[in-house]
Design a protein around this ligand. Sequence first.
Ligand SMILES: NC(=O)c1ccc[n+]([C@@H]2O[C@H](COP(=O)([O-])OP(=O)(O)OC[C@H]3O[C@@H](n4cnc5c(N)ncnc54)[C@H](OP(=O)(O)O)[C@@H]3O)[C@@H](O)[C@H]2O)c1
Length: 168
Amino acid sequence: MHEFDLFDESITYEHLTAEINTNLNGTIYVTKALLPLLAKQQEAMIVNVSSLLANITVANAPTYSATKAGVHMFSDALREQIRAKGKNIHVMELCPPVISETNLTDTYDEGLMNKMISLPLAKLVNAGIKGMQKNKLRVNAGFTKVMRFSMKFAPDYITHTWGQMILK
Ligand SMILES: NC(=O)c1ccc[n+]([C@@H]2O[C@H](COP(=O)([O-])OP(=O)(O)OC[C@H]3O[C@@H](n4cnc5c(N)ncnc54)[C@H](OP(=O)(O)O)[C@@H]3O)[C@@H](O)[C@H]2O)c1
């Protein structure tokens, strides 16, 4: 999750697009490479990791959400193509909020907001495994569920409030 200022003239095009290559293109390339092998199995599953930030953007990391919204859309399209081909491959999208005990939280302070939106790693793993057992299409873990629900009702207001809160 790269933070950068779009007005900073020293930011290169390579820096701007690096996480698109890792998060989105990487997911697409690995999926494409493994699909023939998975299609030969009796049953298989692909789990793509998107994020709470597939639902809302953070202004200080302006391309991260674009990559995760891309992972979300790619997973939906992939699932439909697999269905159309009659293959027994499940596609599940795992959408974590901020996960405590990962290096992402090292960069955040211990404010109330972060306590509210973060989830312990063990709980994410449990939710992910339960989702896989039930062949869920999507696991919106912890605060992601709240965000996904809220964004259906007031997307512009929430995006603006959240964006300004983080930039100040
Ligand atoms: N941490 C969170 O709070 C959080 C929240 C929501 C979503 N997510 C998502 O969950 C996933 C894992 O996050 P994490 O926090 O566990 O991240 P992490 O600890 O930084 O791990 C990222 C992994 O990606 C690999 N990687 C990074 N750049 C790569 C590249 N260019 N080519 C190949 N591999 C590369 C790293 O490999 P090396 O170990 O070899 O460097 C590492 O195994 C990510 O998709 C992230 O967006 C995380």
